[in-house]
Write a protein that binds this ligand. Sequence first.
Ligand code: SF4
Length: 427
Amino acid sequence: MPVKRMRPLAVYVHIPFCVKKCAYCDFLSFPPEALPAGSEETKRRYFSALLAETDHAAQELRSGRTAAGTESCQPADGFEIRSIYFGGGTPSLADAEEIAGVIARLRRHFPVAPDAEISMECNPGTVSVDKLRALRETGINRLSIGVQSFDDTELTLLGRIHTAAGAERCFRDARAAGFDNVNLDLMAALPGQTAEALLCNVERAVSLSPEHISLYSLIIEPGTPFFSRYGEEVSDPHAAPRSERTQPHLPDEDAEREMVHAAWSRLEEAGYHRYEISNFARGNLRCRQNLVYWERGEYLGLGLGAASLLDETRFSNTRDLKLYLDAFADRAAASDANADTGMIRENIERLDEPARMEEFMFLGLRLTEGVQEQRFADTFHREIDSVYGETLRKLVREGLISRRDGRIFLTPYGTDIANYVMAAFLF
Ligand code: SF4
């Protein structure tokens, strides 16, 4: 009997609620005071909307159309979910029953692989050990804890709601609740931070022995309180900070590079393999959801602002909470979920071959194992040199990439200026 080949699918579920807005954050998330209908009522309607959207998306896929409204090549019943990721916002603010409801609704429509990775972002200060136990029982098997720093002064500066001790407690509670796959998120290049200070944070993280550590540098995003404080420093590294001398400076580019490299070395020494520019894992416990993004696998985004890639079409949901809730909330069943999803879908982009090649290169190069030349040939039915030969030779000459054993990957220097390297692959 022929074996049916399933089409792997990752699902991202966005939960846009937070206790309070952090000073650097430009993610799509709302503190309670930004929810005119009240946080409990909005949360209730939001989860109702998520269920209806899940029904609707599955129905669209099953009917042979992609969720972006374009013609699909294969029906939804060929899909198998291999990973689910609850991100935010602060998904750990949701009740375990609400999360269980979303997982159950996904299971109703799609087979879920027995070894599927089901991750949730979790903020210290929002969960007790009992809540973590309840979340573990929903099937969540990977937790990503937003620690950012183990220094209380840095945490206050960032506007986080927790202390370093609270972050450690959250990790131990996660272990007690049965989570054996835990990521800790750390941030580098914080105002006033030195290489020694970052190494102290790394050391504290390593001492807890999580399976995975992410280390991202702070980016000063427009529209955030940090932008009003540090925007000028970003555009002119020699400018004095606007709000007086008491404010710590951002590390300059050289200092940032130095501290990040020191942190990478320490993590490698402690047995964490850097498998992506900013991500480290023990053994093979890499984040499967993120690998789907970097390897251009298909994913369905559910919830406010969530992005999808299906049938070589990228699209995202509206970022307008009212529009999203009006389209889906309080619609009990799929048959009732007859909203015109065209209203809530934005940025629909059908990727032609050059766009797919660009993505293949700049996403693949984020991985330390790099891009496999054979995979490029299998995907595009062309040798990579016939498309990017000249670019590759130039980048090798400049010491930014290496080619070895059929793979192309960033050198340490190329990693430092990865954005420049990746831009070279745009047509
Ligand atoms: S907890 Fe995360 S999503 Fe929420 S405000 Fe802070 S950084 Fe943003």
